[in-house]
Design a binder for this molecule. Structure first.
Ligand code: ATP
Length: 245
């Protein structure tokens, strides 16, 4: 296992994919700024120098049942538990965002990494907003993003949070690897969900539909009911974004 520390880097995930063969299972990469941080489907993740934290964990030992979707849920649950130790109300917006009062404070990005079409590793990245002021965020997310410093009204030091997150993550991961039962972390995702019981707009490509969120399935998929057809369906995390209607 290795610990890789970067003051600034283009993207921790890009570093992992370029150095895959030399990075051991369980290695952790930490960066205090990314110049090309990524979100899902090529979206940008803003992480200005000294104000945010990016952490990636490289996994090379996992059972076939441990799908990336479920590992995203596992990570969101670990991050929810660690962030809650600040005393702030932390909700999980399925599948990969952590919210405080509906504003995004952290996000999870899980990527499967292949070499010659063989799965080599799953890299899980988290981005946490630590010390941004509202104007540090790009204009289009001013009202959608928040930082731990904004919420606690004091500069935020991340050392304890990093240690707590890694402890929760390791505990959930080891238990899951042994039992292959996702319920312990899925029950946190359900209990702390920002969307279960809510009406949300599902955006899939250029299609939008309003649904009521009913729950999270054992596969990590979201169970919803379409408000116009009344039909129940499950949503796959890699394909959709949820918005407030
Ligand atoms: P959304 O969160 O809008 O539903 P998504 O879940 O598909 O979209 P993610 O990959 O989770 O997208 O995150 C990328 C999006 O998050 C960006 O498009 C931007 O709107 C927003 N974003 C980027 N940087 C930050 C940040 N530091 N804090 C909060 N939100 C951010």
């Amino acid at each position: 296992q290795g610990l890789y520390l970067f003051e600034t880097i283009d993207s921790t995930h890009t570093y992992v994919s370029n150095n895959l063969s030399t990075i051991d299972h369980g290695s952790v990469l930490l960066a205090y700024s990314q110049t090309a941080g990524r979100g899902r489907r090529g979206r940008k993740w803003s992480s200005p120098i000294g104000k945010s934290l990016s952490l990636s964990i490289v996994l090379k030992e996992f059972a076939a049942q441990m799908k990336p979707t479920l590992l995203t849920q596992l990570t969101a649950a670990a991050l929810q538990q660690a962030l809650s130790e600040t005393g702030l109300p932390i909700a999980i917006k399925w599948p990969n965002d952590l919210l405080i009062n509906r504003r995004k404070v952290a996000g999870v990005l899980t990527e499967a990494m292949f070499e010659r079409q063989v799965l080599q590793a799953i890299t899980i990245g988290i981005g946490i907003n630590l010390n941004q002021s509202q104007t540090d965020f790009p204009t289009e997310i001013h009202t959608k993003a928040t930082s731990l410093a904004l919420e606690t009204e004091a500069p935020f030091f991340a050392d304890k949070l990093i240690a707590q997150f890694l402890q929760y993550f390791e505990q959930f991961y080891q238990d899951y690897q042994q039992s292959l039962d996702p319920e312990p972390f899925l029950s946190i995702c359900r209990q702390e969900s920002a969307v279960i019981g809510e009406i949300v707009t599902v955006v899939q490509g250029d299609k939008r539909r309003d649904v009521e969120v009913l729950g999270i399935e054992a596969t990590g998929e979201l169970l919803v009911r379409d408000l116009s057809s009344q039909e129940q369906m499950t949503l796959i995390s890699s394909e959709v974004s949820l918005r407030n209607p």
